[in-house]
Design a binder for this molecule. Structure first.
Ligand SMILES: [Zn+2]
Length: 477
């Protein structure tokens, strides 16, 4: 072999591949370091404000004293407003029950985008022998980043205490939290939420460590309702009860909705429900106050605090002849509170804009304190509910709904029929108007089309966890 041929062989045969390998190896080696560096730079300092998101489950805005209700149901919210929090009674839940609305709060997206909601499909559901009254839902899945993941990526310790077992790993809503407390199969009263939180604050967290992102779901306003003690002065003492207390066919909900009560009994029943509900809200508001107090006692308020409080849906209290929630888009379900407070060293307190606001904004407010204001349309959807369809033999639970609210105009689409309500002159939604010519028409059409497109769901089998959770909530028997 002559020397020049040997040189070429060395250069092309050995050195070049070696160089190539070396370059690939070093790039591969440094890339994670660069990623690490970028993450480190983006990380919040230990002094970053504590971020708290609280969902008062099942709380409709118009039953809060903070929204002018005539019973003292929400002294904590009132105090927060007095202290400088921005507050609206005109926020709208994106979904009609726990799963879709929480998935929106955790991803900042509408329900037709994240798909976490109830589904109805005979073929799959009847495969499940334990189903008599069928109910299935799609969990969130792992396609969209969650608020907790993003807070964790930013250097926060993400912690959740959920009183509602629907907000749990079974529905993928625990994704991104490093500590997640809930009880399989039952919901936690406020006292137990506080016990869980106290234990975490004492044993797992340290204010000299990473900053805290805390999510709390409070269920005290949700059916079944607790007993009302004597001596409150604004509501009579009564025993606790639930809408679906057994036997199911003779439960309060079924007898009321099937019209099996005399007018007198129906009126008395509604009084009992409203009393129980209002006292439940009062307890939920008290639990919220105790959560904040506990954070303060453990030093988490010293760094400043970003607080967001909202609700995932309301409750029908006889309007339209209906009870409960989860199957309609009437105002009793949709209108929820939204509170935002930047306390301490953060930027100036942002004010929530006036007028109807999507409660999905809670996501942005918690994430970085911004409110993309009017740019986010006020859109909500609800889907058929097979449990109710079966329970009421097709009389209830069959509809698909979509709604857009702009100013005082509400466009409501239900199974292909579109109507308009003027919420100023007709807040009870008793006089449907022609929707033609409404400025919100393009928005409702776009929403309906996205609802129709996503009507063919993915795998419809709910997990055993989900079934158990729904059973504990009284949704299944
Ligand atoms: Zn809920």
């Amino acid at each position: 072999m002559n020397p020049s041929r040997l040189q070429r062989l060395l250069v092309y045969g050995l050195l070049l591949p070696a160089l190539l390998l070396f370059t690939t190896w070093t790039l591969g080696w440094f890339q994670p370091l660069e990623d690490e560096l970028a993450t480190w730079k983006a990380r919040a300092s230990p002094d970053a404000p504590t971020v708290v998101m609280v969902v008062l489950d099942n709380v409709r805005a118009d039953h809060l004293s903070a929204c002018g209700y005539n019973r003292p149901t929400s002294p904590t919210l009132e105090r927060l407003v007095e202290d400088g929090a921005s507050f609206t009674c005109d926020a709208y839940a994106p979904g009609s029950w726990t799963l879709p609305s929480h998935a929106s709060f955790f991803t900042g997206t509408d329900v037709p985008t994240h798909h976490a909601h109830r589904v109805t499909d005979g073929v799959h559901l009847y495969d499940l022998p334990e189903f008599s009254h069928s109910r299935a839902a799609l969990p969130l899945g792992d396609e969209l980043p969650t608020l907790a993941q993003q807070m964790t990526d930013a250097g926060y310790q993400s912690v959740a205490v959920s009183a509602n077992p629907v907000v749990s790993p079974a529905t993928d809503l625990a994704r991104g939290f490093s500590i997640f407390r809930f009880q399989k199969g039952r919901f936690l009263p406020g006292e137990e939420v506080l016990d869980e939180l106290r234990t975490i604050l004492r044993e797992r967290l340290d204010t000299s460590g990473p900053p805290l992102f805390l999510f709390v779901n409070i269920m005290d306003a949700h059916n079944p309702w607790r007993s009302i003690p004597a001596g409150l002065g604004w509501v009579e003492q009564q025993d606790g009860f639930g809408l679906y207390d057994a036997p199911m066919e003779d439960s309060v909900a079924v007898r009321y909705l099937e019209g099996r009560m005399s007018p007198h009994e129906a009126a008395r029943t509604m009084e009992r429900i409203v009393d129980a509900y209002d006292y439940g809200i009062h307890v939920a508001d008290r639990t919220l106050g105790q959560v904040l107090e506990m954070l303060q006692d453990h030093g988490w308020a010293r760094k400043g605090m970003r607080l967001v409080v909202t609700s995932d849906h309301g409750e029908m209290l006889g309007e339209q002849g209906l009870l409960d929630h989860g199957r309609y888009l009437w105002q009793g379900i949709m209108r929820v509170p939204l509170l935002y407070w930047q306390k301490g060293r953060e930027r100036e307190q942002a004010r929530l804009p006036r007028g109807p606001l999507s409660a999905v904004q809670a996501y942005h407010l918690a994430l970085d304190g911004t409110c993309p204001a009017e740019s986010m349309p006020v859109r909500s959807v609800a889907y058929p509910d097979m449990f109710w369809m079966e329970l009421f033999k097709g009389r209830y639970g069959t509809s698909t709904w979509a709604s857009v609210v702009e100013g005082s105009t509400k466009l409501l689409w239900r199974d292909g029929k579109l109507v308009r309500y003027d919420l100023d002159s007709d807040p009870a939604e008793e006089h449907p108007l022609d929707a033609a010519g409404s400025a919100a028409l393009p928005r409702i059409r776009a929403l309906v089309s996205s609802v129709q497109q996503e009507q063919t769901p993915r795998d419809l089998r709910p997990s055993q966890d989900m079934l158990q959770a729904l059973r504990a909530m009284g949704y299944l028997d």
